[in-house]
Design a protein around this ligand. Structure first.
Ligand code: NDP
Length: 435
């Protein structure tokens, strides 16, 4: 704690994981003898760098870039790049730490990492975003590689940014490799990657409902926050599975559509026009717009899927959801529920699927993109989607079983932490105190 005093988000994430690992550490004295926990919470490497670029007015701008290479015990570092003004070392470390367990849960050979910058892509021209990405990659390229560290997208990094980053990497290294995932289909991307986190979230939730409640999405009312990549494809899949999604939001406010959100309209606004969710009401008369993003949690629903950002769901919002009859919550975003909200859900008997399990579909499909790049082959949509579906079902069961093994039946938070940790710990023990 002393060494990371100012890093609130990281301390919150690490505290949550470590407390659920207590019974595992108590049962395995070697973990303590070999300093596994102490090694686990210290990143293998932290890289921070200057990112200078020139804006459209000819003015020099300087941002700060980050890459935290947290743990490579089971594979090359893997995790997204986030571009958002709120980015700082604490946020990147919390995300990188979570990524270790999430990646392990996917059953695929990928270690944990995360990166990004406090650059704000909002309101910037394409050319400005390109110049920023080129400058960012000019430094990052010396630290990454297809067998070392394979970044992907996250908040503020979508297809456009990955394209610019990839182009610059290729120019500097003269290598056409799978060094980034989330690439366009024309240059090595994987089908289903765009949909993967949202679809995976629904596959996980469907399995959780089926096993723990003998239930499904059919006929359910669903509240979704966010209107980015995760939110859009969660809304699409939940609708396909027979639910009615009634909300979507952004950092300004939310739309409520009692008829069910029309995902095609949201896709047009967000993916094509890069507009705000408010514009939905101009095209769909049945919808209302409300200022303030946290209001989304006052809408009554059976299932809530927070898909915007960290700490977006407060204890008070959790209590409102519970009072309005929510029966299941699964996290599409990373750490969207504050710890008190998670506790409130668990106490009230609401099924709760934590981010590192429920949203692992994105990184799982990124690892499938790496496999395809190594093979220099493309898999079909159906083949990739089927693999994703199988992985999400497996993640649910691994978490469910791990919780049971340590006497915490139904606690999917502890279960995901333990199941993710066991493989990483085994690999760390086997490799000695190298890292
Ligand atoms: P996008 O940038 O596509 O969308 C983010 C959405 O969240 C936007 O609607 C945005 O609204 C909203 N948002 C961002 N910051 C805030 C804030 N401070 N308060 C309220 N709303 C906010 O990102 P993604 O959909 O890719 O990511 C969403 C979450 O899912 C993140 O937590 C990310 O780490 C996580 N995730 C993403 C994966 C992926 O594959 N994309 C994989 C696993 C996790 P606005 O436009 O107003 O900022």
């Amino acid at each position: 704690v002393e060494r990371n005093g100012e890093q609130t988000e990281f301390l919150e994430a690490a505290g949550e994981v470590l407390s659920s690992l207590e019974p595992v550490v108590a049962a395995n004295p070697r973990l303590e003898e070999e300093g596994v926990i102490e090694r686990l919470v210290e990143p293998e490497r932290v890289i921070m760098f200057r990112v200078p670029w020139v804006d459209d007015a000819g003015k020099v701008q300087v941002n700060r870039g980050y890459r935290v290479q947290f743990n490579s015990a089971i594979g090359p570092y893997k995790g997204g790049l986030r571009l958002h003004p709120s980015v700082n070392l604490s946020i990147i470390k919390f995300l990188g730490f979570e990524q270790i367990f999430k990646n392990s849960l996917t059953t695929l050979p990928i270690g944990g990492g995360k990166g990004g910058s406090d650059f704000d892509p909002k309101g910037k021209s394409d050319r400005e975003v390109m110049r920023f990405c080129q400058s960012f990659m000019t430094e990052l390229q010396r630290h990454i590689g297809p067998d070392t560290d394979v970044p992907a997208g996250d908040i503020g990094v979508g297809a456009r940014e990955i394209g610019y980053l990839y182009g610059q990497y290729k120019r500097l290294r003269n290598e056409f490799t799978g060094v980034l995932t989330g690439k366009g289909l024309a240059y090595g991307g994987s089908l289903v990657r765009t949909e993967a986190t949202g679809y995976g979230l629904c596959y996980y939730t469907q399995e959780m409902l089926s096993v723990m409640k003998n239930d499904s999405f059919k006929g359910k009312t669903v509240v979704i926050s966010g209107s980015g990549n995760v939110a859009i494809y969660a809304a699409q899949k939940a609708t396909e599975l027979g639910a009615k999604v009634v909300t979507m939001s952004d950092s300004n406010g939310y739309v409520y559509d009692p008829e069910g959100i029309q995902v095609d309209v949201v896709k047009q606004i967000k993916e094509v026009e890069r507009g705000r969710i408010k514009e939905y009401t101009k095209r769909v008369p049945s919808a209302e717009y409300h200022e303030g993003c946290s209001g989304v949690w006052t809408v009554a629903c059976d299932i809530a899927l927070p898909c915007a950002t960290q700490n977006e769901l407060s204890e008070e919002s959790a209590k409102t959801l519970i009072a309005n009859g929510v029966t299941a919550v699964a996290e599409g975003a990373n750490m969207p529920s504050v710890p008190e909200a998670v506790e409130a859900f668990q106490k009230a008997g609401v099924l709760f699927g934590p981010a590192k399990a429920a949203n692992a579909g994105g990184v799982a499909t990124s690892a499938l993109e790496m496999s395809q790049n190594s093979e220099r082959l493309h898999w079909t949509f159906e083949e990739t989607d089927e693999k994703l579906h199988g992985i999400m079902i497996q993640i649910f069961h691994a978490s469910y079983d791990a919780a049971k093994k340590y006497g915490m039946d139904g606690n999917l938070v502890a279960g995901a932490n333990i199941a993710g940790f066991e493989k990483v710990a085994e690999a760390m023990l086997a490799q000695g105190i190298a890292y």
